[in-house]
Design a protein around this ligand. Structure first.
Ligand code: IDP
Ligand code: MG
Length: 140
């Protein structure tokens, strides 16, 4: 275990329903610190590039459409074992399979509009953080 940083995105379904504070509380209550945060509207090109790993999947076009349908809040979360801890706080991709008390169990609308993104490995976290933030925007 070590102090890590991971990328989180509060998706458009969360900003639309004005529940960003409730979701951010889950991070903080579980020991993660928000060391960078900004509200942006992702462009189609940004969403396509961010989710390029999924471009052969049947849901790719719909996912890009959904991620650009409204503002998002991108954040860097820092803490002990932050990548795996955030994935536990988020819950499974499909909210029907998410453990009770997780963000997706409590707030997700569907498997696509599932309220949050979180990096899935330390390596991807570094790439995803650099995708949205410069070093000077991250204050630990
Ligand atoms: P993750 O967000 O839990 O890491 P991924 O498999 O990386 O899940 O998928 C990225 C995003 O694509 C999901 O969060 C969700 O918004 C969307 N997605 C994944 N699987 C499906 C699906 O079967 N149908 C529709 N959208 C999906
Ligand atoms: Mg993923």
């Amino acid at each position: 275990m070590s102090i890590e940083r991971t990328l989180s995105i509060l998706k458009p379904d969360a900003t639309r329903r004005n529940i960003t504070g409730k979701i951010i509380s889950k991070f903080e209550e579980n020991g993660l610190r928000i060391v960078a945060s900004k509200r942006i509207r992702m462009t189609k090109a940004q969403a396509e590039a961010f989710y390029a790993v999924h471009k052969e999947r049947p849901f790719y076009a719909s996912l890009v459409e959904s991620m650009t349908s409204g503002p998002v809040v991108v954040q860097v979360l820092e803490g002990q074992d932050a990548v795996a801890l955030n994935r536990r706080i988020m819950g499974a991709t499909n909210p029907a399979a998410a453990d009770a008390g997780t963000i997706r169990a409590e707030f997700a609308e569907s498997i696509e509009a599932n309220s949050v993104h979180g990096s899935d490995s330390l390596e991807n976290a570094a790439v995803e953080i650099a995708f949205f933030f410069s070093q000077t925007e991250i204050v630990g």
